[in-house]
Design a protein around this ligand. Structure first.
Ligand SMILES: Cc1cc2nc3c(=O)[nH]c(=O)nc-3n(C[C@H](O)[C@H](O)[C@H](O)COP(=O)(O)O)c2cc1C
Length: 218
């Protein structure tokens, strides 16, 4: 099921699936995900999802403090819990581990300086994973939704862990592909770190304006 894993470039460390995809391996894999998600946070994290949603706020000014490994594990595991079309997981995550690559990504993102944060994840579509008998257009649509949902789950997880983030959608796709070394289309870059200042959530339009009831009301 998985392509060969380059152990130098995989995460979490210490987990390298065997080449033969046995049932046992699948349970290892699920076990790992569960272990990471259930692991007791070393410091307090908010587990009230509605509070996390209500207080999340994008940040463009980050401190230089690194993101702890256990938090990175949880943020990545959270992405892997997102629903995907047919459960085919039509997306990939590129974990940017070096300063030079982050600096290149800043340039590819219209020189948005905050792309250079302690944790930078590039979410890409991988439509070839979506083995459903639909037109290429539908498969592309599913794949973009898979990648976007995964990034959104990671973003919420980061907030729950006391981190903040900025979602970057404004970038030169071709440049990003070249920088991270893939043919896959990037959908978003999620830049995560500790905010210099915590700010309240932004206002939204009223729910009444947003929600359109269709059909007879009960
Ligand atoms: C699809 C999408 C693309 C975005 N692209 C950028 C971007 O390129 N640069 C940026 O600074 N913020 C970007 N943002 C962040 C939004 O500006 C931010 O989420 C919005 O202002 C709402 O603020 P909040 O996240 O604090 O609620 C993007 C957000 C989304 C969802």
């Amino acid at each position: 099921m998985d392509k060969k894993i380059d152990t130098r470039r995989s995460w979490p460390k210490g987990y390298e699936p065997k080449e033969d995809d046995t049932g046992e391996e699948l349970s290892d894999r699920l076990g790992l995900l569960e272990t990471i998600l259930k692991a007791k946070p070393e410091k307090k994290a908010s587990t009230d999802i509605f509070k996390v949603m209500a207080t999340r706020r994008s940040t463009r000014k980050f401190s230089k403090n690194p993101v702890e490994k256990w938090k990175i594990d949880k943020i990545l595991a959270a992405a892997d819990t997102a629903p995907t079309a047919g459960n085919f997981q039509g997306f990939e995550i590129f974990y940017i581990s070096d300063k030079e690559t982050k600096e290149k990504l800043v340039k590819a993102s219209n020189n948005q300086p905050y792309v250079n944060t302690p944790l930078v994840l590039v979410f890409c579509m991988n439509p070839s994973r979506v083995k459903l008998d639909f037109s290429p257009k539908v498969i592309m649509k599913f794949s973009i939704q898979d990648a976007t949902l995964a990034a959104a789950y990671s973003q919420l997880a980061a907030s729950a862990l006391g981190l903040s983030s900025i979602w970057i959608g404004m970038f030169d796709e071709e440049k990003v592909k070249e920088i991270i070394g893939t043919d896959l289309r990037p959908t978003s870059i999620l830049c995560i770190g500790y905010p210099i200042k915590k700010r309240p959530a932004k206002l939204r339009r009223q729910l009444k304006e947003l929600i359109h009831v269709v059909g007879e009301k009960d």
